[in-house]
Design a protein around this ligand. Sequence first.
Ligand code: NAP
Length: 167
Amino acid sequence: MSTVTIYHTTSLDGRIADGSGGFEWISEQYSLDAFMARCEQADAVLVGRGAYRSYVESEMWPLPGRLIVLSTTAQPENAEVRAGSAPELVASLADEGMENLLLAGGTTTNTAFARAGLVSGIVLDIQPSLLGEGPGVFEDGVSVELRLRVSEQMADIMHVEFDVVHA
Ligand SMILES: NC(=O)c1ccc[n+]([C@@H]2O[C@H](COP(=O)([O-])OP(=O)(O)OC[C@H]3O[C@@H](n4cnc5c(N)ncnc54)[C@H](OP(=O)(O)O)[C@@H]3O)[C@@H](O)[C@H]2O)c1
């Protein structure tokens, strides 16, 4: 059975980007090691076209692991490109043996997977910053029950992992 884990760095007020979409608000003490390790462990790392562009602009691309950009328009570098509904994508990846999926943004893509009931876990590295504006992990209207599984301080970051409780 497939699992989809969302992994994001967020501000304390739950933003995944500042008003200009950048990552300059992220603490200098932040280490990407935990995120990179999860990318390597996953069967595939999925990113929406918007997140792909911000990773490229931040010189974080390519992430480690098998990279799949979800897009009907982009021709990404160092990655496969796929399109389809979230359930179709998860089913076709499972058919190809990719069941442990990491979803690394952004808001639109996270929301589509959550609305389809496909998100099994959420991992956040919470930064010591309040942005006041910017996109969240999900669009408004997404509501899921969560169970805290891990909470750990990493320098000045709070690393938390939640399981989604499916009714
Ligand atoms: N803090 C963090 O950890 C972090 C990490 C990554 C990104 N971000 C932020 O996230 C923001 C980007 O989020 P976003 O909501 O604008 O964009 P997004 O969710 O990354 O990308 C949306 C686009 O992805 C494509 N897509 C998504 N699902 C698809 C599907 N099932 N089939 C085909 N195409 C699909 C579509 O592109 P097409 O129009 O090409 O079809 C859609 O317009 C940026 O501000 C970025 O900085 C933050």
